[in-house]
Design a binder for this molecule. Structure first.
Ligand code: ADP
Length: 259
């Protein structure tokens, strides 16, 4: 009996120590996955033991972004073993539970089971799990909030009105579930033309910060729209990992998160 108690205490300790942060967005394509990856890498650089759970069933991209796409997922019995990326971040993705290129018709219970497999994997000494949620307010989000209550949520939006309206809905869902909003991040803010040096604002300017103010949630910072971010991300080299121009944007937001 003593042994059982020890295990239970260890498990409880484990639960207390490991925090979950959810990264959500109202819309797809606003840079939620890119932000997740780079926040994770920046936090790892700051000494935090970080894992990423890629729960974006519509576009699981973390293995690509973290350069682990060619690694096979391993398991011990039913327990998955997270893949170690070269950036000190462990990762598991919904994409690893399905056949590449196959469309997925997820039903609620399947989503719950798949998410549980990722969340209950052998995360070892991981202190912080960052969950890349699918866009919107569907099954995955509900399951996440009900079963694995995050300590906080980060919501990403572009400065554009449409994206912001959707982001507001995402925030509302977290608030209803009593998950504190860590803050809003504005992505794809301001584009510096590499040819002429002019700054333009394809998706508008300052909208996310204004929305954060109106909603009474913190504004965590903005990341410019930059070719280098897209190119580096596509090649599995997160800008936050290397000494790039855009690394500090992510590091700044990550430092705020670590507090
Ligand atoms: P989401 O997870 O919200 O669907 P992604 O992170 O997959 O969005 O980003 C969508 C696309 O936009 C990707 O090709 C990504 O590389 C690109 N992208 C994201 N943020 C930026 C940025 N700040 N500058 C340039 N490209 C970006």
């Amino acid at each position: 009996v003593e042994g059982v108690d020890e295990v239970r205490v260890a498990l409880m300790a484990d639960k207390v120590q490991r925090q979950i942060i959810a990264v959500g967005s109202g819309k797809g394509g606003v840079g939620k996955s890119t932000l997740t990856t780079n926040l994770a890498v920046a936090l790892a650089n700051q000494g935090v033991k970080v894992g990423v759970v890629d729960a974006d069933i519509y576009g699981p991209s973390q293995p690509l972004l973290l350069g682990t796409a060619n690694e096979k997922v391993r398991a011990e019995g039913q327990t998955l073993i997270p893949t170690e990326s070269e950036f000190g971040v462990k990762v598991l993705s919904m994409g690893q539970l399905i056949e590449p290129g196959k469309a997925i018709a997820w039903r609620g219970p399947m989503v719950g089971q798949a998410l549980a497999q990722l969340m209950d994997a052998d995360w070892g000494d991981t202190e912080l799990l960052i969950v890349d949620l699918p866009p919107g307010t569907g099954d995955v989000q509900l399951t996440m909030l009900q079963k694995f209550k995050p300590a906080g949520a980060v919501v990403v939006s572009t400065p554009q009105d449409l994206a912001l309206i959707d982001a507001t809905r995402a925030i509302d869902l977290f608030k209803q579930a009593q998950v504190p909003i860590v803050g809003l991040v504005e992505n794809m803010a301001g584009y510096l033309c590499p040819e002429c040096g002019a700054i333009s604002n394809p998706f508008g300017q300052g909208g996310t910060e204004a929305a954060a103010q109106a909603l009474g949630v913190p504004f965590l910072g903005r990341i410019p729209l930059a070719m280098e971010i897209r190119v580096a991300s596509d090649t599995g080299q997160p800008p936050a990992a290397n000494d790039t121009e855009h690394g500090p944007h992510f590091a700044g937001i990550a430092a705020g998160l670590a507090d």
